[in-house]
Design a protein around this ligand. Structure first.
Ligand SMILES: CC(C)(COP(=O)(O)OP(=O)(O)OC[C@H]1O[C@@H](n2cnc3c(N)ncnc32)[C@H](O)[C@@H]1OP(=O)(O)O)[C@@H](O)C(=O)NCCC(=O)NCCS
Length: 170
């Protein structure tokens, strides 16, 4: 993707954005420790994953002239029903589009959308050396809860997980 510096729109995700969102997710899988797997999502998996988020109103994209240059979503933090008011966010911005405010606007949309849908707390599980994501979440009021040491592995090294928390409603 070539550098783009034009305007972008943050809007709710649609089913047809599955390919664009999945490309960003697969780039993060291949090139980073943001997602703790090395297995890319297949097109079928992407349609199921994204379709479920869209149906729940839990997906947003940054759209530049029809090109998906970022996406964000939230999902239940854990499946048991007692956790149903706690969600976890995920945000991915195209590598050559980072640092121009897309992540901030996506996370703002996620926070507002999750609050409107009745969520009580939003968590972010972030690989501990991901200073960009930690900075983004701090800017929007998330507080660091703590860091779990060496609970994951990728690229032949142990990974630490920093958990950040934002109260959405009283
Ligand atoms: C983390 C990520 C979503 C941030 O998105 P972005 O569009 O680059 O961030 P923004 O330009 O909106 O910056 C938001 C704020 O965070 C700060 N920030 C972002 N990246 C930073 C970095 N690497 N170091 C320090 N501060 C940073 C910015 O200064 C900005 O603060 P401000 O609004 O007060 O000026 C993006 O870098 C990304 O997609 N990274 C790869 C995937 C990833 O790690 N996702 C998160 C998984 S937990």
């Amino acid at each position: 993707m070539s550098p783009l510096y034009g305007p972008f729109e943050i809007r709710p995700g649609r089913r047809e954005d599955a390919g664009g969102a999945s490309s960003l997710r697969n780039a993060a899988i291949a090139n980073s420790t943001a997602i703790w797997t090395t297995r890319p999502q297949t097109p079928d998996e992407a349609r199921l994953w994204w379709g479920g988020l869209v149906d729940r109103g839990a997906a947003y994209v940054a759209d530049h002239d029809g090109m998906i240059i970022g996406y964000g979503c939230w999902a239940p933090w854990r499946p048991a029903e007692g956790y149903r008011f706690t969600v976890e966010d995920s945000i991915y911005v195209a590598a050559d589009q980072q640092g121009r405010g897309i992540g901030r606007r996506l996370l703002t949309a996620l926070v507002d959308g999750a609050r409107d849908s009745g969520a009580h707390v939003m968590l972010a599980d972030i690989e501990a050396t991901n200073t960009g994501s930690i900075a983004l979440h701090s800017r929007l009021g998330f507080e660091t809860v703590g860091t779990l040491r060496e609970i994951g592995t990728k690229f032949d090294r142990w990974l630490d997980l920093t958990i950040m928390r934002l109260q959405l409603a009283g």
